[in-house]
Design a protein around this ligand. Structure first.
Ligand code: ADP
Length: 172
């Protein structure tokens, strides 16, 4: 078997990694020999978690998936894919609203790197409404985020916002 035969790169902001991202990672991990979740570090964009924190959280959230690892990168996704030797990029499609942007990005990436395939996966229906911004907003105001993010991310969000799950706490 050739090394890295079916390696997929799953790039994104992951600020933070949600159960929607995890759902997609699990699906990709079944289809590919290896999956690298790649945190895009855009110094021009403000983020809640540092790239290192995001990588650590993804590592912890995907601990049960032996063929999944996490890295962070600066620059173009296609360059990162080439560096790691990925044959495909994974992106998620939640609703029609995602399509236009993803289509544009996919065609640009194909132009930049013709040999690289872009595979779109759909999450479980329960995660179609989920995104990192919404989760942060709910967490910031003390709302319940349990079930929307992996437990390790829930803990990190509560710490960031200086809360201990006021309304989200489940009885012991
Ligand atoms: P980006 O800023 O690159 O879109 P995100 O972290 O928002 O980064 O998303 C990374 C990828 O994960 C995107 O392809 C996005 O469509 C997908 N994604 C985001 N949220 C979900 C979700 N709830 N279910 C499935 N896929 C998702």
């Amino acid at each position: 078997m050739r090394p890295n035969r079916r390696l997929a790169l799953f790039p994104g902001s992951f600020d933070p990694f949600t159960n929607g991202h995890l759902d997609l990672t699990r699906r990709a991990a079944v289809l590919f020999d290896r999956v690298i979740v790649a945190v895009a570090h855009n110094p021009a964009k403000t983020s809640l978690f540092t790239p290192e924190e995001r990588v650590e959280l993804i590592g912890a959230a995907t601990r049960g998936l032996a063929n999944v690892t996490a890295i962070h990168f600066v620059g173009l996704v296609v360059d990162c894919a080439q560096r790691v030797g990925a044959q495909a990029i994974i992106r998620g499609l939640r609703a029609v609203s995602d399509f236009e942007f993803e289509f544009q990005m996919a065609l640009m990436n194909r132009r930049l790197s013709p040999g690289l395939e872009i595979a779109f996966l759909m999450p479980s229906q329960e995660y179609t409404y989920l995104n990192s911004t919404l989760v942060k907003e709910v967490a910031r105001h003390g709302g319940r985020i349990r079930g929307l993010v992996p437990p390790v991310v829930e803990k990190a969000l509560l710490l960031k916002y200086g809360r201990r799950g006021r309304r989200g706490r489940t009885p012991r």
